[in-house]
Design a protein around this ligand. Structure first.
Ligand code: ATP
Length: 304
């Protein structure tokens, strides 16, 4: 697996306060990596450090294999675009003028690709409207367009859906998916809402109190949050025998309890159990939701 970003024992302290504690994180090429954590967990600090906006107190990181202090890191950073905290745009300029200015800053031809970028982020019909008069969603999308100048293949977005309305959230999600699928851009995106990331992330890093408490793939989270029916019976062996006969997937959860991972025909199940001399005492739907998975990982109380 090729990694776009890797951190090695990354630490950041502010005087006596530790904002990041030995973070070892890997963002694989092609991933949409969801960095999840409550307010104050250290997401912005981590993003600021890897964007070169802040120095780590200890530890190291590599971008496309270039380590901190390597000359090659400067070149690697040009492959990265970021929107950290609020998008950095000029409110008195139109969307097009903002993009042209960014091209000039990067030493790129002023007009090349601007039309396409505006089209891509859904701002091609904003004409003479100044960015300062844009809605929050439009500002975020312009911020992404600015970050995409220079054709980076790694995009870092700090809480891009913060404050957006439901429609804005859907548009942002679709844009990120499009950038990842059609342009093969690797994305690192932070959020304090796991449910929101679950619609697009392929990998997750869970940050809590400055520590990366877990790093998992989306499949692992899905498996952990799988819906199931918990059956309580007088004889779990008999139930397993019956479930094998019916070809239903299950996991034994205790002496008298079994989790069934598929819809069952209850009448058929009860009849089959009766033949084995077993009674079905209860059948309850269980669903470890994403949010409860998150809370179980990072605890309920706030860390500010
Ligand atoms: P949020 O979603 O609220 O932005 P976050 O996960 O991005 O949260 P950070 O902004 O990285 O969290 O902050 C992590 C911790 O570091 C917080 O407790 C914050 O108060 C602290 N912190 C951040 N910047 C500074 C600073 N310049 N000086 C002192 N403490 C800071």
């Amino acid at each position: 697996m090729e990694a776009v970003l890797q951190t090695y024992g990354l630490c950041k302290g502010y005087r006596r306060f530790t904002a990041l504690e030995h973070v070892n994180m890997t963002v694989p090429k092609g991933a949409i990596y969801g960095l999840v954590g409550k307010n104050g967990a250290g997401k912005t600090t981590l993003i600021r450090v890897i964007c070169g906006l802040q120095e780590p107190t200890a530890g190291d990181y590599s971008l496309y294999g270039a380590r901190l202090g390597d000359k090659a890191l400067h070149r690697a950073r040009r492959r990265m675009g970021a929107v950290v905290e609020t998008p950095s745009l000029y409110p008195d300029m139109t969307a097009e003028q903002n993009l042209k200015l960014q091209h000039r800053v990067l030493g790129l031809p002023e007009d090349k690709g601007i039309e396409e970028l505006l089209e891509l982020v859904g701002l091609s019909n904003t004409g003479k409207k100044k960015a300062g008069h844009f809605s929050l969603g439009m500002k975020q999308r312009l911020g992404i367009a600015i970050a995409l100048c220079g054709d980076p293949d790694f995009l870092v977005l700090d809480e891009p859906t913060n404050g957006l309305d439901p429609q804005g959230i859907v548009e942002m999600r679709e844009l990120i998916l499009q950038l990842n699928r059609e342009r093969q851009i690797t994305v690192l995106i932070s959020s304090h809402i796991l449910d929101e990331l679950s619609k697009l992330a392929t990998h997750y890093g869970f940050l809590d109190g400055g520590r990366l408490v877990r790093q998992v793939t989306a499949q692992e989270v899905e498996a952990a949050c799988r819906k199931c029916l918990r059956a309580t019976v007088t004889d779990a062996h008999a139930l397993c025998f019956v479930l094998d006969q019916l070809g239903l997937p299950y996991e034994v959860a205790g002496d008298s309890q079994v989790d069934i991972y598929q819809q069952v025909n209850v009448t058929q199940l009860v009849e089959a159990l009766q033949k084995e001399g077993c009674q079905l005492l209860s059948l309850k739907e269980r669903d470890e939701s994403l949010e409860s998975y998150f809370i179980n990982l990072v605890g309920g109380e706030r860390h500010e």
